[in-house]
Structures are given as C-alpha cells and as structure tokens.
Write a protein that binds this ligand. Structure first.
Ligand code: SF4
Length: 285
C-alpha cells in the first residue's frame, strides 16, 4: 500500500512571478528639452531676444521655388554659398527653361550675394543630361562628381513619384511627413529637407548647418556632441511651445555664426549672449 499523501504538500502550482515591465526608452530629444528647461530656463528665449536686438526681427518670406531651393541646397553641401550660386547660374544658362523668371530672396542666413533674377533651369533637360556634361556645369560648387549624379537621382525620383518636378505638394503635408518624404531620397538628409521645408513653406523645422551647430553647442543649446540627427529633433522639442519661431531661430543663429561667433576668433566682447554662454563661462546660468 502506498503511503497517504502528506497533508502539508500542496498540489497547486507556485504562482509565476510578475514580469518586470520594461521601461520605455526615453526620447533623447524630449529629455534634452526638459533638462534644459529645468536647469537653464529661458536659454533659447534669451538667446533669440539678444540676437534679435542686434540683427533685427526676422520675418519669413519664400526665397525660391521649392525644386530650385532643393537643387541649390544640394549645391551648397560642403561649400560656400557663393560657389553654389555660380553653379546654379551655370545650370540656368546650360539648360534654359523659358519659364517665368523668379527672384531669389536670400534673407539674413544666406552667405552668398543672392542669385540674379532668372528662370529656373529646365529640370527635364538637367535629368537627361550626359553625366560628364552636368559635372562640368556644376563644377564651381565643388564635389561635382558627387553632386551631379545626386541632382539627377533626385530629379528622377521626384518625376517617378509625382509625374513632374514640382514639389509644391509638400506645402500641404504635415511637416514631419514632408521631411520623411524628402529624406527618403538618397543623399537628402534631415538638414537639406528641413532647409527646403522651412524656407519654401515656413514649416516649423530646424535645419542645423555648421554655423547653427557651432553657436548652439557653445552656448549650450545643444550638448557638446551630437549626433546631428538627434540634434534636429532636440530643437523641435525645444521649440514645441513656439514652433512659429523656427524660422527666426535658424536665421538668427546662422547669422550670429557668420558675424560674431565665427569658428576661429569669435568676438566674445561684441556678443550680446555672452553672459549665458558656456564657452566663455562653463558655469553660465
Ligand atoms: S560669447 Fe563667444 S562663444 Fe559664446 S556665443 Fe558669443 S561669440 Fe559665441
């Protein structure tokens, strides 16, 4: 006979321990904006106020049609704006379109002289041009062996997806959707996409070029190191309460980087935001 089961032995299965809930990864852009608001309140507002005091208020105006803006922005990559202007003028004369002429309204953030009045190039002819020929035309912008195929691939992608070369449809899209659409084109990053969307449609986006980056890191509006991809979104989070200030933020910072806060020998003594700048005082409030 088998022994009777002991009264103390339980037949129920031990309860499974409740699983620890995984914490959602913090959004680095939001985390940065919150940290800045907490430890350095009003830093962005004070910076804009100070810069507006010396450079004046910045009011948005479209500076060029969106397709021209995109190609001009590709031409400005890794070169001075004046060189990109020369290459764009060369495109206009090598591939004339006969379309209506337009003015280039460069505004304070532009580093060149501004394009002369003229019709946009014939984009179909630019796309179909022999690659070596197009390289010769855009040579003044530098990196012509990369920029010419990038321009043709960009125009091809726009035409294949939209049926023509117009980018006016981006104005009706939500800003981040439009940025994603443009960034899906090989060679177009967040910066180039944001330039087009900000300057052509006043979409609240923040392109971070080398001037904006340098000034922002020195003051402490951005952390000492990127990545730049996240920095673009850090600014969106910082401007979440006042997205309509994106244009003036971009233009004032870029202008300050050109005029006073240059890479070499920044003129701290002329700078209206030095009392809050971590480059001159690592403990600045
Ligand atoms: S104080 Fe100097 S480093 Fe700081 S923002 Fe002004 S010019 Fe740039």
């Amino acid at each position: 006979m088998s022994p009777a089961p002991s009264a103390s032995r339980s037949t129920t299965k031990p309860k499974a321990r409740p699983k620890k809930r995984k914490r959602a990864k913090p959004n680095p852009a939001l985390a940065w904006a919150r940290r800045l608001a907490r430890y350095r309140p009003r830093l962005l507002e004070d910076t804009l106020e100070a810069l507006e005091g010396i450079y004046g208020p910045q009011v948005w105006r479209r500076r060029l049609d969106p397709t021209s803006e995109l190609i001009l922005t590709i031409l400005t990559q890794s070169t001075a704006d004046v060189n990109a202007e020369q290459a764009f003028v060369a495109l206009r004369s090598a591939y004339p379109s006969g379309l209506a002429e337009e003015d280039h309204i460069p505004g304070a953030g532009w580093g060149g002289a501004g394009l002369p009045r003229g019709a946009p190039p014939d984009w179909a002819a630019v796309e179909a041009a022999p690659p070596e020929e197009l390289m010769r035309v855009v040579r003044p912008a530098g990196l012509h062996t990369q920029k010419a195929p990038r321009i043709q691939a960009t125009l091809r992608k726009i035409r294949e997806e939209r049926g023509d070369y117009s980018l006016e449809f981006l104005g009706a899209m939500a800003p981040l959707t439009a940025r994603d659409w443009l960034s899906s084109i090989p060679g177009i990053g967040k910066k180039t996409a944001s330039v087009l969307l900000l300057f052509c449609f006043n979409h609240p986006l923040m392109p971070i070029d080398r001037h904006v980056e340098r000034v922002s890191r020195r003051i402490g509006l951005l952390p000492p190191k990127g990545p730049l991809d996240v920095d673009h979104d850090r600014y969106l989070a910082m401007l979440a309460g006042a997205p309509e200030r994106s244009y003036e933020t971009h233009v004032l910072l870029i202008h300050h980087g050109r005029e006073i806060c240059q890479a070499r020998n920044p003129k701290h003594e002329l700078c209206p935001i030095r009392h809050r700048c971590r480059f001159v005082d690592p403990k600045a409030p």
